[in-house]
Ligand binder design. Structure first.
Ligand code: TMP
Ligand code: ASP
Length: 236
């Protein structure tokens, strides 16, 4: 497959057209941002780790019946994916309080939530991805109720599958962000699942093994990303 023009460049990835109408190539960068782009930096090797981690997890989810955009990894940083129309709603799933939830609601980080929490954000960098509810989503026509129903069911299933899988690797899945796309009349899981988009805590020590190390200047950022990849690869 031929890699053609750059279609879109985001903060962490580039997306290219290909000679196939319904396929794109994503290329993962080492660029890191936080706080809606206010903090910028480089995490050496992040692109490679996120490409491999994301593909590994998407493969696992596909085998468990979740439709995803994943087709084939073609290099350390590049993957062929289905060309989807991204739904501009970010879906956040939370098992344990952390980050913006702790801040907003005054729940100490690490508190186990009595129920899994699902949040929606409007994917819009200019506005800083504000949280929205279903009324906003339908009022703004970001998605229709049937799509949100499917997306919510898929998000809970992804949570169950990933939580169980990671538990065996001694990783606690605290929370994560998903994006979905429209493809040939259906909904597929898109974007990435990586230490950029999840909170992973070591089950034994509680050590943070994700982008919070960059956001909060905790050090050993590269090492944490590599540790996640190593554990997944060890598991195969
Ligand atoms: P938050 O606590 O900052 O709202 O983040 C919740 C989860 O979503 C966390 O696992 C990190 C992920 N996330 C992204 O993937 N992209 C983002 O832009 C933000 C703010 C969070
Ligand atoms: N990716 C987002 C940004 O650049 C936020 C984050 O992951 O914390 O700003």
């Amino acid at each position: 497959m031929k890699k053609l023009d750059l279609l879109y460049e985001g903060k962490a990835k580039k997306v290219y057209k290909t000679d196939m109408e319904d396929r794109c190539i994503v290329e993962y960068k080492d660029d890191a941002t936080a706080f809606n782009g206010l903090k910028k930096g480089t995490i050496i090797g992040k692109g490679v780790v996120n490409n491999k981690v994301s593909n590994h997890l998407f493969g696992l989810l596909e085998r468990s019946g979740i439709d995803t955009h994943y087709i084939e990894e073609i290099s350390d940083r590049e993957t062929i994916v289905k060309k989807v129309e991204i739904i501009p709603v970010e879906v956040i799933v939370r098992n344990i309080a952390a980050g913006s939830l702790s801040k907003r609601l005054g729940i100490p980080e690490g508190t186990v939530l009595k129920r899994t929490v699902l949040e929606f954000c409007y994917k819009n960098d200019d506005l800083g991805d504000p949280m929205v509810n279903e009324y906003h989503i339908y009022a703004m026509d970001l998605a229709i109720p049937e799509e949100i129903k499917t997306i919510s069911q898929m998000a809970f299933k992804v949570n169950d599958l990933l939580r169980d899988y990671l538990k065996d690797l001694k990783i606690d899945l605290i929370d994560f962000k998903l994006e979905f796309g429209r493809f040939k009349g259906g909904i597929v899981l898109a974007d990435e699942i990586s230490p950029d988009t999840c909170r992973f805590w070591d089950s034994t020590t509680g050590e943070k093994l994700d982008k919070d190390r960059f956001r909060r200047d905790l050090g050993n950022v590269e090492e944490a990303y590599q540790e996640i990849l190593n554990r997944l690869m060890g598991a195969k």
